[in-house]
Design a protein around this ligand. Structure first.
Ligand code: ADP
Ligand code: TRP
Length: 324
């Protein structure tokens, strides 16, 4: 099974990203028979980041973050989208079979316009570029969050239109892989954890910042001695994600029986977060001091990805009349 996913190098990773996406990427890489391609979607990030040095900095940082969290360059192909010019070439080919109406119906495009963002062509054509990312390696499965479901539907439509025009077997029709059991991780204010809500707990924040964020998790005013509600309680939900199964009955009891204050439970959570990410935090520090290594990983990834990509591009160029 060929697996592909892309991440925008758009900022600091939080624990919602970890449980909702990264953990799944790592698990897929461990499954025998999978061939995984993960890339930094820096061309996509250009639709929001307009500062060259910032995009460069974020690309290196996010690559280091993912490697530190377990994406293994020996087992997965890790690369940077902009290192593969063929992606833009295929995006153009696909744009010539993509109906305007398909793009006009895009939720993400419509949401951005509703928020008052002045649309540019890159934002409008975003799903075509994403289709090119996926189709260029003939991916079978694309692990993504629920918000990307429509982009995968568009990818299938675009691939279908291209195959209909140029040859039935040219592009492989991919499926999204959306894990339903991944609950929405709540942020410190109880809403979905998201960069855009400012309620995140960042995986790689300095320890003092991490402590502050965890201590700021909103709780109710149940007295220490009383049992604590568990429903809609984000501290409870976060502890559940981090507590090893064998220790969970005990932690759960501390909520349901009373006698433990929220402050104490927050300290337990801080300990668990540091324990879970301790090794990744140390590894990331090393990687950030060695950008040459991270760049080397991406260069090797590019070469490996090109093996699959050259094959598809040769077929597409020939079929469209661009190749001899
Ligand atoms: P953000 O909402 O912070 O901007 P992104 O949209 O960049 O996060 O999400 C990247 C990945 O992380 C997606 O696959 C998304 O589904 C997942 N993800 C983000 N926030 C959460 C969350 N609170 N719970 C579960 N998964 C999440
Ligand atoms: N659009 C995705 C997001 O915002 C990122 C992305 C770009 C992607 N190209 C992709 C994801 C191809 C999966 C496959 O999260």
């Amino acid at each position: 099974m060929r697996i592909l996913s892309g991440v925008q190098p758009s900022g600091n990773l939080h624990i919602g990203n970890y449980f909702g996406a990264i953990r799944q990427f790592v698990a897929l890489q461990e499954e025998p028979g999978n061939e995984c391609y993960y890339f930094l979607a820096d061309l996509h990030a250009m639709t929001t980041i307009k500062d060259g040095s910032e995009l460069r900095r974020l690309s290196l940082m996010v690559a280091a973050d993912y490697i530190a969290l377990g994406l293994d360059p020996a087992r997965s192909v890790l690369y940077r989208q902009s290192d593969i010019l063929e992606v833009a070439e295929l995006a153009w080919m696909l744009s010539t079979v993509t109906p305007m109406g398909l793009l006009q119906r895009g939720h993400s495009y419509k949401d951005k316009i509703a928020k008052g963002i002045t649309p540019n062509h890159g934002l409008f054509a975003y799903p075509v570029l994403m289709a090119a990312d996926i189709l260029i390696v003939r991916a079978d499965r694309v692990p993504v969050g629920k918000d990307q479901k429509q982009h995968l539907e568009m990818t299938r439509d675009i691939a279908g239109a291209f195959n209909q025009a140029y040859g039935a077997e040219l592009l492989r029709i991919p499926e999204e892989l959306i894990l339903p059991e991944v609950a929405v991780v709540p942020g410190v204010d109880g809403q979905k954890m998201s960069k855009s809500y400012g309620n995140t707990i960042d995986i790689f924040a300095p320890e003092s910042e991490l402590r502050k964020r965890i201590m700021s998790i909103v709780t109710d005013s149940t007295p220490v001695a009383e049992p604590k509600p568990t429903r809609g309680n984000s501290l409870y939900a976060l502890l559940k994600l981090f507590t090893p199964a064998e220790a969970w009955p005990d932690t759960k009891r501390r909520f349901t029986e009373g006698g433990t204050g929220y402050g104490e439970l927050k300290k337990v959570l801080l300990g668990l977060v540091l324990e879970r990410f301790g090794a990744a935090r140390r590894r990331r520090e090393e990687l950030l001091h060695d950008p040459g290594y991270v760049q080397q990983v991406l260069r090797v990834g590019r070469e490996r990805a090109m093996t699959a990509i050259s094959e598809v591009m040769t077929d597409c160029r020939r079929a469209t009349g661009l190749g001899w």
